[in-house]
Design a protein around this ligand. Structure first.
Ligand code: R5P
Length: 328
């Protein structure tokens, strides 16, 4: 990455939630994200200390807020430490925004976890936020600070485009993913189908209907996140029962909780393609799982924010220059 136009004192810091991604971003930016000490007291309480001078610097803290909630606390402490060390500006770089599913009061007396998580980051002192594929795009409005919302779609779509899949149908595994799936269908010049999914209970998923023609065709399921894997595993079975010849799947955030790995490894999937917004340890990887890196997107976004250049314009220009087909 061209380092010549860099101005001002950038300070890149990594929490512990996804160190491999932070290291990759650091390598692209030629910055060391490890100038921080983080450890736990014996009761689990987190201690953080920034090991370099932060006074007057433009601080970027990389930390996906994946469960358990300690990752959020660690991010808040890092933001607080940077503020108290007189950083000029603090940007929370959150590749996966946890609690994003709790974005509205859909039952009486429930919390809106996404708003609370956003409030906490702002209260801790974050001046800006960079995120990727929020569960709902409106979550941007939960932050009373500027948010740069990135999309993994260019990376995932390019991967599937290069596979030259014929007679392709992009399938939304539920109505909530329909917009994302439509974007992929446009990018890949494919048809669109939508699954009517029901949730009989929390973390349970059932396919009620498939709207669209999948018989004899190659299907690509697209979702923002895969958690227990129930939605995806059931969708694959439903598509196969309706005559799909091959089923691929792509998702931005691989939460993969509970028995998701076992479920998906056993599913009749050709390939399950995710990004590295959440770290997947080697022992959780399985045959057919492909992990694409979003490091260059985040590195470019950090560089643009640091240089006060437009983030969206830069991605559009890069996409056009690359191929001419990959524009929003
Ligand atoms: C639903 O709203 C999301 O787009 C995902 O389909 C869902 O969160 C995946 O959850 P799970 O893998 O637990 O079925």
């Amino acid at each position: 990455m061209d380092n010549t136009f860099r101005r001002g004192p950038l300070l890149l810091l990594a929490g512990r939630a996804n160190h491999p991604l932070a290291a990759e971003i650091g390598q692209l930016l030629r910055e060391n994200p490890d100038q921080v000490t983080i450890r736990n007291f014996s009761d689990g309480e987190i201690f953080v200390r920034i090991d370099d001078n932060a006074r007057g610097r433009d601080v970027f803290i990389i930390q996906p807020t994946v469960a358990p909630a300690d990752t959020i606390m660690e991010l808040l402490l890092l933001i607080d430490a940077a503020k108290r060390a007189s950083a000029a500006r603090v940007t929370a770089v959150v590749p996966y925004f946890g609690y994003g599913r709790q974005d509205r009061k859909d039952q009486p007396r429930v919390a809106i976890g996404a708003k609370l998580a956003a409030n906490l980051m702002v209260a801790a002192g974050a001046d800006r936020m960079i995120g990727m594929d929020f569960h709902q795009h409106q979550i941007q409005a939960f932050f009373d600070i500027p948010v740069d919302h990135l999309y993994a779609a260019p990376i995932l779509a390019r991967y599937f485009h290069d596979k030259n899949l014929t007679d392709l149908v992009v399938v939304a595994p539920d109505v909530g993913s329909a917009k994302m799936a439509r974007g992929f269908a446009n990018r890949l010049d494919a048809a669109l189908a939508i699954i009517d999914k029901r949730r009989p209970g929390p973390n349970m998923a059932e396919v009620a209907n498939v709207v669209g023609d999948v018989d004899g065709r190659t299907c690509l399921l697209i979702d923002d996140m895969v958690d227990t894997g129930g939605t995806l595993a059931n969708a694959v079975v439903a598509l196969k029962e309706r005559g799909a010849t091959q089923v691929f799947a792509g998702a931005t955030h691989a939460v993969l909780s509970g028995s998701a790995v076992e479920k998906l490894a056993a599913a009749p999937l050709e390939e399950f393609v995710v990004t590295n917004t959440i770290h997947i340890p080697e022992e959780r990887c399985f045959e057919g799982l492909k992990i694409l890196s979003v490091a260059s997107l985040f590195a470019t976004a950090i560089e643009c924010v640091h240089e006060n250049r437009s983030v969206s314009q830069l991605f559009e220009m890069a996409a056009k220059a690359e191929s001419g087909w990959l524009t929003d």
